[in-house]
Structure formats: structure tokens, C-alpha cells
Design a protein around this ligand. Structure first.
Ligand SMILES: NC(=O)c1ccc[n+]([C@@H]2O[C@H](COP(=O)([O-])OP(=O)(O)OC[C@H]3O[C@@H](n4cnc5c(N)ncnc54)[C@H](OP(=O)(O)O)[C@@H]3O)[C@@H](O)[C@H]2O)c1
Length: 247
């Protein structure tokens, strides 16, 4: 049994990692801005709360993220504290394509990856494709109006966050493994195809309109930098995920 700190352990992915680790009898601590007794904003320069949270911790699973920015600063603080505490293993969840798609959020995640690789800590990094939960959020937003507008020529390979959580929990229970093989969902599907699956499940019919976008990020998406078809090892399809949400 190890003592494992899960940052972002109250989020979509983190809470499932916490559940699996607790089921496997590990001693688990949850850290996020709102999780007592380890309520810490990882972007803060004051390290007292973080140092306290890391006392006696064997493994960190770093799932915390702030979409509005600062994940690189958060990672820097976490790494410094882990080095001070002598933590044996830091496991990080990243995204397929962070090194190729020019998006600000991805840039901070790639910086975090590099800092972890150079930290001197034992480390494991897993990159995955988009979670079904995120694709559902995107499509819910896109289909609010009578005409759903989607970018032309973009495909995704969504994966169940539950499967990612299972893999991360297994990695956290093992020795540092470095960069492990990417994890992709079972199917590469165009956005309109995913939107039609979503509309079938909700009964909300919308007209779909695809429009070409401009810019390097869009070009990267069209080239499929966000995909890993050779690692389509996830099992749950988007339709199966949508069906579980209806139960
Ligand atoms: N969503 C995807 O499709 C996808 C795909 C591949 C990889 N990932 C990666 O998986 C990880 C988890 O994503 P998710 O979708 O589960 O995120 P999420 O649901 O937004 O959860 C984020 C968690 O981080 C905590 N948090 C946010 N800012 C923090 C801060 N400054 N200090 C400490 N804790 C903070 C949040 O709790 P509080 O609000 O209480 O602080 C929450 O528990 C991220 O690294 C993401 O890049 C996501």
C-alpha cells in the first residue's frame, strides 16, 4: 500500500483515479483548490500547503488543470515541492499532439512535460486523446442553436475517462516508466459523425453546417495531430458512453 496524492482529484478524471486507488487499498490524498484538508492553488508561490500535503507521499498523480492558464507554473511548483519532499514517483496525464498543435493550453502542458522529464524525479507520462466527457460538452454547446456549426475536416478519437483513470491508477502503482505508449479511443470519427450520434441520443435534431477555419492550429487538427489511430486501444465507444449517461 502506498500513500498517493492526486492533484485535481475532484475533477472528471481525478475523482475516478482516486476511486480506483482507494479500491486497491492505497492511502489517497486529494489536492485541489477546494479539497480540504489539502486545499491548495498550485499556481500560488506560497508552498506551505503543498509541502504539508506531500509529507510522507510516495507517488503523485498530477491531474489538476486550469483551462484558463498557469498549468506550467503549477507544474513547476509541484515539481519543486516533490524534490524537497523526496517523492519517488510523479505520474502526469498529457494529451496526444501537445508537441504538434500550436494552442496555448497545449504549450503549457508540453512545458510541464519537459520540466517533469528534467526534474530528476522518477516520472511517468501518459498522453491520451480527448475524453468522451469533453466531446459531449463541445457538442452540447454546438447544438444549442438551430444550426450547429462545426469545423470542416476535423476528426476526434474520444476515449472513456474511466479507462484513462484505470490506466493511470495502474501506472501510479508501478515503478516510474517514463513516457508510456499513448492511449487513444476505439474509433476515429469526424465531428459531424459524433454530432449525429449525440443528436440521436438526445432526440434534438439540428442542421449541421461545416465551415473551414484558418490558422495553424486548425491545419494541425485537419492533419490529425490529435489522433493516434495505431493506439486505438480504448474500448468504450462514444455511443456506449452516451447510453451510460441516460441510465
Ligand atoms: N478532458 C480531456 O479530454 C483530456 C484529454 C487528455 C488529457 N486531459 C488532461 O487530464 C487532466 C484532467 O482533466 P479533467 O478534464 O479531469 O479536468 P477537470 O475536470 O477540469 O478537473 C480539474 C481539477 O483540477 C483542480 N484544479 C484546477 N486548477 C487548480 C489549481 N490551480 N490548483 C489545484 N487544483 C486545481 C480542480 O479542482 P478545483 O476547482 O477545486 O481546484 C479539479 O479537481 C488535465 O491535465 C487534462 O489536460 C484531459
Amino acid at each position: 500500500m502506498s500513500t498517493i496524492l492526486v492533484t485535481g482529484g475532484a475533477g472528471t478524471l481525478g475523482r475516478q483515479v482516486v476511486d480506483r486507488l482507494r479500491t486497491d487499498q492505497h492511502n489517497v490524498r486529494v489536492l485541489s483548490r477546494s479539497s480540504q484538508p489539502y486545499a491548495v492553488d498550485l499556481r500560488d508561490d506560497d508552498s506551505r500547503g503543498l509541502d504539508e500535503a506531500l509529507k510522507g507521499v510516495d507517488v503523485i498523480v498530477h491531474c489538476a488543470t486550469t483551462a484558463r492558464g498557469g498549468d506550467d507554473r503549477a507544474a513547476a511548483h509541484l515539481i519543486e515541492a516533490a524534490v524537497r519532499a523526496g517523492t519517488a514517483h510523479l505520474v502526469y496525464i498529457s494529451i496526444v499532439g501537445v508537441d504538434r498543435l500550436p494552442l496555448g493550453y497545449y504549450r503549457t502542458k508540453r512545458i510541464a512535460e519537459r520540466m517533469i522529464e528534467d526534474s530528476g524525479l522518477g516520472w511517468t507520462i501518459l498522453r491520451t486523446t480527448q475524453f468522451h466527457d469533453l466531446v459531449l460538452r463541445i457538442l452540447t454547446g454546438a447544438t444549442k442553436l438551430p444550426v450547429a456549426v462545426l469545423p470542416t475536416g476535423v476528426s476526434l478519437q474520444p476515449i472513456a475517462s474511466s479507462e484513462v483513470a484505470t490506466r493511470l491508477a495502474a501506472l501510479a502503482a508501478g515503478p516510474p516508466a517514463g513516457r508510456v505508449p499513448d492511449l487513444g479511443g476505439p474509433e476515429v470519427r469526424t465531428l459531424p459523425d459524433l454530432a449525429r450520434a449525440y443528436m440521436r441520443s438526445t432526440g434534438h435534431e439540428r442542421r449541421l453546417l461545416t465551415v473551414p477555419l484558418f490558422g495553424r492550429a486548425y491545419a494541425g487538427y485537419r492533419r490529425g495531430y490529435q489522433l493516434t489511430p495505431e493506439r486505438a486501444v480504448g474500448k468504450e465507444t462514444f455511443e456506449e458512453f452516451l447510453a451510460t449517461r441516460k441510465r
